[in-house]
Design a protein around this ligand. Structure first.
Ligand code: BGC
Length: 750
């Protein structure tokens, strides 16, 4: 395609043509302007693989797509904590999209995992905005490196499936800024995605699609976003209002002709044509940047991408537990004799979620196939449980337990079935299916070397069975090559290097949003505020099954020599944190050192610790690495509601470096980084203490104190300090009239 001259097209295009650019002309495309040589734009899902429907197979429906690589879902990718790897996965996704002629790939999803039962959590990266933001930004850079636009979604505060198209997410200003908008802010500022998808839901009463504050003031005004805002599919309710709020492209096509509505609104004078011109320019710029012809043949890259999907899946699997049996950790498995594989999911794995992200993989490797590849022979396998209608669960379990009694090692694959989680509905239960829980208990009873492999898109309860088994590996939904990857990790071919990007709670009742999720009567109140995930559990010192950031390795890491260098104060501060990381074990491995900060708060309570930096480092046995993280002032800041800006408050800043939020290895405390404000003016309602501590009030208080009754002990003085000055005078504690006090205040201000 020749380079599109956006200015020339805009100068030539009629109002109707420009308006037509602003809504879809089918389920998966927006129109071009053939007369002016502007091509149509293809937009398709999704976050972990391209789903492009074959022609003639209908618009809706998730099947009949061209085969494409099914990479691990965001749940697994999030657990890699590896920005560079996500950039490579993004680049592969972009390459496949481009090969199929797709201009916009609808991902990544970076909403916060607010509650473990969120039906779409598997499509999101983390409960923490820094992990979601940095990994999401890596994916965007990768996708866009291939001339395809990424689409970060769903902006914003889309954290549940229940009533997702209407519900009003009610969140206070600080929580929005520090938690729910933060990942988007990071992605927008560091990787300029071509498109941002607005959410279905309302944010504090206003549909995200019509929310000017969100789409224009914050996204463009404060963050400098230049790209296109596209609606989630069917999220626009009032086309004119949405356009005015900053929504450029409505998707998909709509039978009520949004383009005509816009033209009509301009003609009748209720819409400024400049709004159409502005959005048309953005859409044309997007087409110019990303709607190129198809690239190389998709099929050529499938082998290579299958390998990458395997690497990424292995990197995101989290070894939750690996206790010794007879003196040796059970994993990695190096002796395959007497191995029994149990579980329907070993043969029919759950590897991706249902809903709009569902796609047709190029191939599917089962764990049985993966193990056979590693071992060099097909392992003994029994089904153990089944979701087939009419399956005799007791018989299947009895068969598995009998076989396990003869086995040296059992590897049992369990997890959530498709029906338990997916787009369009939240989960109803935190537990694994009952038949699986019973099976685990009985297997563990007869075989002490029972290894549990989990496949689920969001955390399941482990409390009732994990003590009974020595090893647990969480794979999440690991994509088409998950079966190979799981064998790689179990055998030690690949390092166990995934870390939890979300806490696994002991009980659902312990979770921060337990009482308010998913709300009702059209509203969901985010009562827990900023205390999401580990910010809640750690601040309350609440027991968890496995903490945020946790993940075992096959080697052992030591942390040492913490040093901190500080320059500047307030938002201009720069803090360089250095430390040494040593691989103290006897094999190579990867570690994810995490830097947590506790910042002082002026008026609000602050979490006990918040992640502010991390890295994924590979170290040879015995290797020592000097690492450094740089914190900027904004990493130490809190959203200050009164001034509507980020502020670093004065007070102690605690810095902690560790291997999880509950495994802190190094700690130091900084002082004097917060900018101390000049004291504000005194008022008659300032307390006696505020008067005493104020340059203008100190002398007066000292003078008055000298005159008050001599019977002033320490307790009385403390009590007096908190009384507003006017009240103290009225009660006759100080011999000043209200008028004199007022006069003093007025004089002080002038
Ligand atoms: C989902 C989006 C998706 C779109 C197109 C919507 O229902 O929320 O994530 O990209 O459909 O399939």
């Amino acid at each position: 395609m020749e380079q599109l001259d956006v200015d020339a097209v805009l100068a030539e295009a009629t109002l109707e043509e420009k308006a037509r650019l602003l809504s879809g002309n089918s389920m998966w495309s927006s129109p071009g302007v053939a007369r002016l040589g502007v091509p149509a734009l293809v937009l398709t899902d999704g976050p972990h693989g391209v789903r492009l429907k074959k022609p003639g197979t209908g618009d809706v429906g998730l099947l009949h797509a061209y085969p494409a690589t099914c990479f691990p879902t965001a749940a697994t990718l999030g657990s890699t904590w590896d920005v560079e790897l996500l950039e490579r996965v993004g680049s592969a996704l972009g390459r496949e999209a481009r090969a199929l002629g797709v201009g916009v790939l609808l991902g990544p999803g970076i909403n916060i995992k607010r509650h473990p039962l969120g039906g779409r959590n598997f499509e999101y990266l983390s409960e923490d905005p820094l992990v979601g933001g940095l990994l999401g930004a890596g994916m965007v850079r990768g996708i866009q490196s291939r001339g395809v636009s990424a689409c970060v979604k769903h902006f914003a505060v889309n954290n549940q499936e229940e009533d997702r198209m209407r519900v009003s997410a009610e969140v206070d200003a600080r929580t929005l800024r520090e938690i729910y908008l933060r990942a988007f802010e990071i992605v927008v500022k560091t990787s300029q995605p071509g498109t941002v998808m607005c959410a279905y839901n309302r944010v504090n009463g206003v549909y995200a699609s019509e929310n000017r504050w969100l789409l224009s003031d914050v996204l463009r005004g404060e963050w400098g976003y230049q790209g296109v805002v596209v609606s989630d599919w069917g999220a626009v309710h009032d086309r004119r209002r949405a356009l005015e709020a900053g929504l450029d492209l409505q998707m998909p096509h709509s039978i009520d002709h949004p383009e005509q509505q816009l033209v009509h609104a301009v003609e009748e004078g209720s819409l400024d044509q400049a709004a159409i011109d502005r959005s048309a320019r953005r859409v044309l710029s997007l087409i110019a940047a990303h709607a190129r012809e198809a690239g190389d043949d998709a099929v050529d890259m499938h082998n290579e991408h299958d390998e990458l999907a395997r690497e990424a899946a292995a990197a995101g699997m989290v070894l939750l537990k690996n206790d010794p049996v007879a003196g040796h950790p059970v994993l990695p498995l190096d002796d395959w004799s007497g191995l029994l594989v149990v579980g329907q999911m070993a043969a029919a794995p759950r590897y991706q979620g249902t809903g709009s992200s569902q796609m047709t993989p190029t191939r599917l490797h089962t764990p049985l196939e993966g193990l056979a590849t590693v071992i060099g022979a097909v392992p003994t396998y029994v089904e153990g449980y089944s979701d087939r209608d009419g399956a005799d669960l007791e018989a299947l379990r009895a068969e598995a337990v009998a076989a396990a009694a003869r086995a040296r090692t059992v590897v049992v694959f369990v997890g959530l079935p498709d029906s338990a989680e997916g787009e369009g509905g939240d989960r109803v239960a935190f537990e694994l299916p009952a038949a699986q829980v019973t099976l685990l208990a009985e297997l563990a009873d007869v075989c002490p070397r029972t290894v549990v492999v989990l496949a689920n898109g969001s955390p399941v309860s482990v409390a009732e069975w994990s003590d009974a088994v020595p090893a647990v590996l969480e794979t999440w939904l690991p994509g088409q090559a998950g079966g190979l990857a799981v064998a790689d990790v179990l055998s030690g071919e690949a390092e166990a290097s995934g870390r939890l990007a979300e806490t696994i709670p002991v009980r659902l009742q312990d979770t921060p949003a337990y009482l308010s999720f998913p709300g009702g009567a059209g509203r969901v109140r985010y009562d827990e505020g900023v205390f999401v995930g580990y910010r809640w559990y750690d601040s309350r010192d609440w027991p968890v099954a496995f903490p945020f950031g946790h993940g075992l390795s096959y080697t052992r890491f030591e942390y040492d020599a913490l040093a901190v260098a500080v320059e500047g104060v307030g938002l201009d501060a720069m803090v360089e944190v250095t430390f040494e990381l040593t691989n103290a074990g006897s094999r190579a491995g990867a570690e994810v050192p995490q830097l947590y900060v506790r910042r002082p708060g002026a008026t609000d309570t602050v979490p006990r610790r918040e992640l502010r930096a991390f890295a994924k480092e590979r170290l040879a046995a015995g290797e020592v690495l000097k690492l450094s993280f740089t914190l900027r002032g904004e990493d130490l800041a809190q959203w200050d509601v009164a001034s509507g800006s980020w502020r670093v408050h004065p007070g102690e800043i605690v810095l902690e470096v560790g291997a999880s939020s509950r495994d802190i290895r190094l700690r130091t405390v900084l002082e004097g980084i917060g900018a101390v404000d000049a004291p504000g003016p005194l008022s008659v309602y300032s307390t006696v203490r505020e008067w005493r501590d104020h340059p203008q009030g100190a002398a007066l208080v000292a003078e008055q104190m000298a005159t008050v009754s001599q019977d002033m002990d320490e307790a009385m003085e403390k009590l007096l300090s908190d009384i507003p000055m006017l009240v103290a005078c009225r009660m006759g504690l100080f011999p000043l009239t209200a008028g004199q006090l007022e006069e003093f205040v007025v004089r002080g201000r002038s």
